[in-house]
Design a protein around this ligand. Structure first.
Ligand code: GAL
Length: 492
């Protein structure tokens, strides 16, 4: 925790001085969590050139790119199954009939997007295609020649080279060095499912690492394939089909391990894939953003609903994720309640954390069966210590899911069907272009799109109450200090 606060403080001081906190990143990259789109959750291995072109075009036309969703990850099955006779990877000709380089140049770089390659630190990828253990230099050079800006590096078929942090670190460092030797800026994203606790060692060789088995499109439904529960801090068998609440529990104890340049990866987003309710998707998106997980969309952008569009484009929530202070929100309280849902969960969670400029973020999650009012003293919201300066401060509250930040469904529907652009709909009210105005600049300018909807104040030493939080829903606030006095001191 101490380490995290020091990193956060340094990052925030540097950013206020207009300097990049790049020294905190092992390769100077990824100072805020990577954002983008990945083929796997929606298409599994069944994607091709058309899939990439269609989704890449929508990243641009629907305004996602300029919100920061830039990397397009070709997740598994990008090559032929076997290597060529001289040992190189071979692009998948059936999938990319006009050539991979042509596709990357035109649909990805030509659209101002970034190209994300994929492989495994093993003999085969998880889908059974040739992978890169023992071929690190040659494969890194091949991706670089195609214009790769990013590598997702999986853990399948690692031939026993895991089981201790040293074994895993050594295996993943081989690719880290190979990527660096290409001379290209390539963000390096480990996908080793939390195996051997990457949060303890991966920040010195990579930009992010997965912390759990694969997510699936359910809020809290348990599965036998994800055998460790949400309170099992370290899971020997990460598995797959882990729910949002399961991954959130695992993340809650290691949030202090983030720093600008390295982020715990809670896995890709499921928003838009149809398995959760609107409120569940809002909770999922809010928490991934506030914990500073990479925000990698995993849904078909073709066929997006107005509601899902409103979630994925909420700039006030994305601003939490891209905040120059790279620290994650932390869990302060979990209270069990007698209101269990059909999967046996019934609890309320309170999370909070610091943001740029001394602002705070507070989240109440209703992980129970029915709508509830949730109230908590500022003392408990800020860690349970009565002398905590944040608890002795008066705050202006901004609702991050209020009507200032979520595009109305009627406007979203027009943007999605191409009647009007996101730049123009409702006189541009919903358009935040982070390529032009950085998140820090937008916050410094008090952009209402980033601050959220003002909904009142809470007095020093008072309580924060959320009325009618729906089942599996969230109340998410940004708090702004009503005096300048206490600013920043808490971060010390
Ligand atoms: C899994 C990984 C997924 C996806 C898949 C591809 O191991 O966790 O995110 O990349 O492999 O086969």
């Amino acid at each position: 925790m101490r380490q995290n606060r020091v990193f956060a403080l340094i990052a925030s001081c540097l950013s206020e001085l207009g300097l990049a906190a790049s020294g905190l990143s092992y390769n100077g990259l990824n100072l805020s969590p990577q954002m983008g789109w990945d083929t796997y959750n929606a298409y599994a291995l069944n994607y091709n050139e058309t899939t990439i072109r269609d989704n890449a075009n929508l990243l641009v036309s629907l305004g996602f790119r300029d919100l920061g969703y830039k990397v397009v990850i070709f997740d598994d099955a990008m090559t032929e199954q076997n290597r060529s006779s001289n040992g190189t990877l071979v692009e998948n000709a059936a999938k990319f009939p006009n050539g991979l380089k042509n596709l990357v140049d035109s649909a990805i770089h030509g659209n101002g997007l970034l190209f994300g390659a994929y492989s495994s630190a093993g003999r085969w990828t998880c889908g059974g295609y040739s992978a890169s253990l023992g071929h690190e230099q040659a494969d890194a050079a091949w991706w670089a020649s195609l214009g790769a800006d990013y590598l997702k590096y999986d853990n399948c078929y690692n031939e026993g080279n895991s089981g201790t942090p040293q074994l895993s670190e050594h295996r993943y460092a081989l690719m880290s060095n190979a990527l660096n030797s290409t001379g290209r800026n390539i963000v390096y994203s480990l996908c080793n499912w939390g195996d051997d606790k990457p949060w303890e060692w991966a920040s010195t060789i990579s930009n992010s690492a997965r912390i759990s088995g694969d997510i699936y499109d359910q809020f809290d439904r348990p599965t036998t394939s994800c055998p460790c529960g949400p309170n099992e801090y370290y899971c020997e068998v990460p598995g797959y089909a882990c729910s949002v609440l399961n991954i959130l529990g695992k993340a809650s104890v290691i949030t202090s391990k983030n720093q600008p340049g390295y982020f715990n990866d809670l896995d890709m987003l499921e928003v838009g894939n149809g398995g959760m309710t609107y409120d569940e998707y809002k909770t999922h998106f809010s928490m991934w953003a506030a914990i500073k997980s990479p925000l990698i969309m995993g849904n078909k952008l073709t066929g997006l609903s107005p509601e899902d569009y409103g979630i994925l484009t909420n700039p006030a929530v994305i601003a939490l994720n891209q905040d120059p202070n790279g620290a994650a929100i932390s869990r302060q309280l979990v209270e069990q309640v007698n209101d269990k849902d059909k999967w046996g969960f019934g609890e309320v969670q309170v999370w909070s954390g610091g943001l740029y400029g001394g602002d705070q973020v507070v989240a109440y999650i209703n992980a129970a069966n029915t709508t509830r009012t949730i109230s908590c003293s500022l003392v408990d919201v800020f860690g349970g210590i009565s002398t905590n300066e944040n608890a002795q401060e008066a705050w202006q509250l901004y609702d991050l899911w209020g009507n200032e930040t979520v595009i109305p469904t009627s406007s979203a529907a027009m943007v999605i069907n191409g009647t009007v652009s996101i730049e123009a709909v409702d006189n541009g009210k919903w358009y935040y272009n982070a390529s032009q105005t950085s998140w820090a600049e937008g916050l410094a300018q008090n952009s209402s799109l980033l601050l959220g909807t003002p909904v009142g104040t809470v007095s020093a030493g008072g309580s924060l109450t959320a009325q009618n939080v729906p089942p599996h829903g969230i109340q998410l606030w940004r708090l702004k200090s009503m005096s300048q006095m206490a600013r920043k001191r808490d971060e010390l």
